[in-house]
Design a protein around this ligand. Structure first.
Ligand SMILES: [Zn+2]
Length: 360
């Protein structure tokens, strides 16, 4: 299977001259006028067609970006003093289109196809949301499994099965949540939910950056160790009964974080040709990963098995997810060869944290 991976690069327009800025503004204003009134004051015809295709329902007073067909958009890597990348935007005012310098947040690979993209006007800047696509063949052979458990205390806990290494993510995310949680608490729950919806934007952006970084770290680790990625299915988390009031706040953000994290991992993995499988999380937090018996989650962070002793609860769940992922029927042709290591079950709880895992 050769999946098509799409990616959007937000590019800031740089070095615009007054004349160029005017040409873009004219086109942009003509689009807004056309959308609000259906009167055409001289919008570029292809942009008008795009507007008819995409903008069916128009909200009064809302601004819409110019949607540019891929065949009318050109992007070139041509570094000079002004910009590294250049793109040609079709506008009425400039015959043949207007070349503007753009600055993407990361380099655009050369072997991509340009897709339909959007040009938007911010408060002080113009932005091209450049969409590109690429065929990335999925890898068929792996030497490792990285499994992710998503939880409340840490947004994610990953285990690297080959190295038996555990990584906890999201302490800083909790700090973001915590900060807002406390300031909201003083407002009362009902008010707080209204407020979080309003000021949530800033918080979401901070959380978003953190989640990007976490997903980047996880996928990089998978690239370096040639690992397949197994995720616990988050549906279960949503269903989990949570203590109502205190958790309600966290959930607004948590729901956002879980969803985004899965999305980003899937997407970054796809770009690297790494397979991601999702398994049910049911019972992964109540089952001992060493002996398979039911145990208990004593506190949020601690799992206790009558036979094997204590274990970090997230780590235990992540191992169960990994095992479930390996047990699940993988796609035809996909092979996971984990290096065989000596299994060791140690009843000393301190030792079990370091115990080497044995997986077939
Ligand atoms: Zn056990």
């Amino acid at each position: 299977m050769v999946p098509l991976v799409k990616k959007c690069y937000r590019c800031k327009a740089v070095g615009l001259t007054n004349i160029e800025e005017k040409a873009l503004t004219l086109e942009y204003d003509n689009l807004q006028h056309y959308l609000q009134t259906r009167e055409d004051r001289g919008l570029y015809s292809a942009l008008k067609q795009q507007a008819d295709r995409f903008y069916k329902v128009i909200k009064k007073g809302k601004k819409y970006p110019l949607s540019i067909r891929n065949d009318l958009l050109k992007v070139e890597h041509n570094p000079n003093k002004v910009a590294e990348y250049w793109c040609k935007i079709p506008v009425r005012a400039v015959r043949g289109g207007l070349w503007i310098g753009i600055k993407p947040y990361e380099p655009i690979p050369p072997d991509v196809r340009i897709c339909e993209s959007k040009l938007d006007k911010g408060d002080n800047n113009w932005y091209l949301d450049l969409v590109v696509e690429k065929d990335v063949p999925e890898k068929m052979e792996y030497q490792n499994v990285i499994a992710i458990d998503m939880g409340i205390k840490h947004i994610a806990c990953s285990v690297d099965m080959a190295m038996s290494k555990t990584t906890f993510y999201g302490n800083d995310l909790n700090r973001v949540r915590g900060h807002y949680f406390w300031s909201h608490k003083r407002l009362g729950i009902k008010k707080a939910i209204d407020t979080i919806k309003k000021i949530g934007h800033h918080e979401k952006r901070i959380a978003n950056d953190i989640i990007h970084k976490i997903s980047r770290d996880i996928v990089n680790q998978a690239i370096e160790t040639n690992a397949i990625i197994v995720l616990g299915n988050i549906k279960y988390l949503r269903k989990r009964k949570q203590q109502q009031h205190r958790r309600r706040m966290a959930r607004l953000l948590a729901g956002f974080s879980y969803y985004k994290l899965i999305q980003y991992i899937r997407y970054k993995a796809a770009l690297a040709g790494i397979k991601v499988i999702e398994v049910s999380e049911a019972w992964t937090s109540q089952t001992c990963h060493k002996c398979g018996e039911r145990g208990q989650r004593k506190t949020q962070g601690l799992f206790v098995c009558d036979h094997c002793g204590e274990e970090n609860a997230d780590r235990n769940a992540a191992f169960n997810i990994a095992k479930r992922g390996l047990g699940q029927c993988l796609s035809p042709g996909v092979v996971v060869n984990l290096p065989r290591t000596n299994a060791r079950i140690d009843r000393n709880p301190m030792m079990t944290m370091e115990a080497t895992e044995h997986v077939q």
